[in-house]
Design a protein around this ligand. Sequence first.
Ligand code: AMP
Ligand code: MG
Length: 418
Amino acid sequence: MIDLADALRLVEETASPLPPRRELLGRSFGRVLAESVRSDIDSPAWDRAMMDGFAVTAADFAVSGESPVDLEVVVDLPAGCLTDRIVSPGTAARIMTGAAIPAGADAVVPVERAVEGTASAAAGSRVRLVEPSFRDGQHIARQGTAFAAGDVVLSAGSRLTAAEIGLAAEAGATHVVASPQARVAILSTGSELVDAAATPAFGQTRNTNGPMVAAAVALLGGEPIPLGIAKDRPEAIRAAIQQGLAADVLLLSGGVSAGDFDLVPGILADCGVEQVFHKVRLKPGKPVWFGRLTRHSGQSTLVFGLPGNPASTLVCFDLFVRPALQILSGAAADDWHLPRSRAVLRAGCRGAGGRPVFLPCRLEQAGERLIAEPLRWTGSSDVRGLAGASGLVAVPAGADYEAGAEVEVLIRTAPCPE
Ligand code: AMP
Ligand code: MG
């Protein structure tokens, strides 16, 4: 049995980023860039109207103040339309948001400033504008002010969420070089397990871990590969493990504690998976197993034997599997582990003597203070207590806490406002 800090360090040392691949931008959502992205154009690529209205010259508004300015509309410019008409003093172009500013124009006066029924004035008619707070250049986004052609707009290490994908698209990156999605095989072991669709007979247990772990993997950007249930028979477990070892990561649940039918560690060893650790001073999750299969090609599969009890499985996923998946995906070290914070306990928490304990809680943000409300939780088989748990209270070995104590929490999801 090893300490949690040592176990976490071993996971960090054993996992390494998957080799980056060139991928279609449209398939790279959630990936971490291995190469930076440069733009092939300026943004905006030309001076762009940011309002519907009239492109005008500054000369006509230099001293206008509250007095109306009468202009001849010389051209209509919907977005995407070009013109070689020049806007000279005394004239205006009717222009829509997103159209290129015509030569000669210095500013856009919004359509709302047109008076006396002239707002819809098109080419060939006159518009009357009152713009008391006129500013040269108003409502124009100038060429190259967001970024210039040749600029690095996304650096290696950036994770591609929605905004980054949009930026890469604008910069002309049809493909990016990024860490691929980790393929994560998921196997539930136990002769008592039945599919969630079944009504369990006496002595049977629904497979909670399979769907739960698949969801946790998907939330971290991995590709879950469900392998279903293997009964506690060596040949059944061995066959499923062999199949799972083709993935980047194999997550097993059950069969790693000390019972007669806890066959998983022995079969993993037979399959050539080298144990890194087994059993961690921790509650829940003590039986957790971790190892690695390294092939002649140098490719490897990380293997986690998660404890069977669902709450233990999820806590071990958060503590050990999450950093492994983050490292595989190329994430920066700051993103490997769940974020930690200090919080004030709303109710007391009991520790577990010699082991650190992680207890589900609901986190609330009350101004500057983070409040942790421990959730009703009956132990490691109780996954209900973890549903809605935005955090875990970390109770160190030997500690017990009273209400009002300041504690360390792991943040699973954003705290709710109080
Ligand atoms: P084990 O480590 O195999 O002894 O399992 C510990 C406990 O977790 C037992 O009560 C199992 O029935 C339960 N368990 C194991 N796997 C699952 C699963 N996939 N879903 C729900 N409970 C499970
Ligand atoms: Mg079992």
